[in-house]
Design a protein. Sequence first.
Length: 248
Amino acid sequence: MKPLNTGNPRRFACFTFLFVLLGSLVQVPDLNARTLTAKDGRAIEVEILAYDGDSIRIKRADSGKTFTVPIDSFSVEDQCVFCEEAKTEATKPKPVPQGSVRIELSRGVFSSEKREATGLTYTHEQWGFNVVITNRSAPMLENLRVDYILLLEPNPYHTTSKDSSKLKRTTGKATIESLATGSRTQFRTSTVEAIKVALKPGWIWGDEDRKRTTRDKLYGVWVRLYRGDELIAETTTPAAIVNREKWE
């Protein structure tokens, strides 16, 4: 009895891997155009879009048309390149569906201290946000990073610079090791100091239009949640921050 001829062992191994591993569609993001070699020796300029089981989805550079063709339509060398690329793409985490992770924010005074002066009481308050992050439907998320910007609106009566109308920024970070489906985690941001200035009874300001109590205000916060370089959730309070400020 003659042994079964499987052809080129390297080709057979690559093809078998693709057929077994890629039973479902595997997208191939951001690959540049390349030259593939068909079995008959023709060179074809294409862009690879996805691996789909034992087929490959390509876009021809000359016509812009998209085709799905069998992987074994190409040279053995190209098939083995497909094998390595598909293996790499298949092991990457899938993009997190939009809206599957929720960020909730609530501001608060974490500590305060009063200081007395002639005719005035200064209250130094440390303001920040409680941040709650909920994984509502995404698979287990790991190695997450939270970047945020706290924005303080200065007391206009205590600012003399030309930039008195600008918000003061304080940046911060937090890390989350893992977040299972349906679970939540929370943390506090760093704080910004907001000073409240109040006149004591029997005292008045030289400026009659000035209120008896003035203060710095925590204007808001801008929060972004990343998995690696992938931005998976973002929120601001108030919503107008994105129109007034830039993420830098």
